[in-house]
Design a protein around this ligand. Structure first.
Ligand code: CTP
Ligand code: MG
Length: 229
């Protein structure tokens, strides 16, 4: 089955607070996006990847990718205001013969080859897969005034990561139905699940964290320096 990579890189990195897209910020001297893409080289998914980028930064992304991956071609698509809209644009741009799409956050540079392979195998077998790790913190549900209303049983909770990998028809249908309903989520597996699709969890790793804040970037620099991932 032909697999294609879709990288969500169209966020503006507001929580990073640098005033520029997070994916272009350096991690140990190399843009985060490039470090993330490098992780997919072993699976043969760099060539032809669909990369969704912020509309005002298209040229900067194109120049950065051309300098770091001179032999590779990419399909750059413009993102939307929310991640879900960005991914929808990327899904519309897949090659017509792609059967499996591997959707990954640009901001997770330490995904492992084993996770990528397992997510593709699982999606091929079950239709939909998400990488996730068992919750280590106890998670509290709170009301709008900040009072705890519930403590869900941690043993059934997982922290969601990417890649989220799907048969193309499965994820396209879920996105279309969510668009009709006006339903938005911060990940794609939730859309499949909402319309009664089955999503199988693939065990991730703690170092596949998302770089969201300056503290995350500092941790990611430490991981690089100490060769932990
Ligand atoms: N993303 C996207 N399109 C959006 C929003 C997010 O493609 N409209 C991507 C980001 O580039 C990132 C991933 O989705 O790789 C996860 O999003 P997040 O960590 O929230 O990144 P940002 O939206 O850039 O950060 P912030 O929410 O702090 O602005
Ligand atoms: Mg965001």
């Amino acid at each position: 089955m032909k697999s294609q990579l879709l990288i969500a890189a169209a966020g503006l990195g507001e929580r990073m607070g640098e005033g520029r897209p997070k994916a272009l910020m350096p991690l140990a001297g190399v843009p985060i996006l490039a470090r993330t893409l490098e992780r997919f080289r072993g699976a043969g998914l760099v060539e032809g990847a669909v990369i969704v980028v912020p509309s005002h930064h298209r040229v900067e992304f194109a120049d950065t990718l051309a300098a770091i991956f001179p032999d590779m071609t990419f399909r750059l698509e413009e993102g939307g205001r929310h991640r879900q809209l960005s991914v929808a644009n990327g899904l519309a741009a897949l090659d017509t013969d792609t059967e499996i799409v591997v959707i990954h956050d640009a901001a997770r540079p330490y995904v492992t080859a084993a996770c990528i392979d397992a997510s593709i195998e699982t999606a091929a077998a079950c239709g939909a897969a998400t990488v996730a790790v068992p919750a280590t913190d106890t998670i509290l549900a709170a009301d709008e005034e900040g009072f705890v209303v519930d403590t869900p049983d941690r043993s059934a909770l997982w922290a969601c990561q990417t890649p989220q990998t799907f048969r193309v028809a499965v994820i396209r249908e879920a996105h279309a139905r969510a668009r009709e309903d006006g339903f938005m989520a911060t990940d794609d597996a939730t859309l499949v699940r909402r319309y009664d699709g089955k999503v199988r969890i693939v065990l991730g790793t703690p170092l596949n964290f998302k770089i969201t804040t300056p503290a995350d970037l500092a941790l990611a620099e430490c991981v690089y320096k100490r060769k932990l991932a």
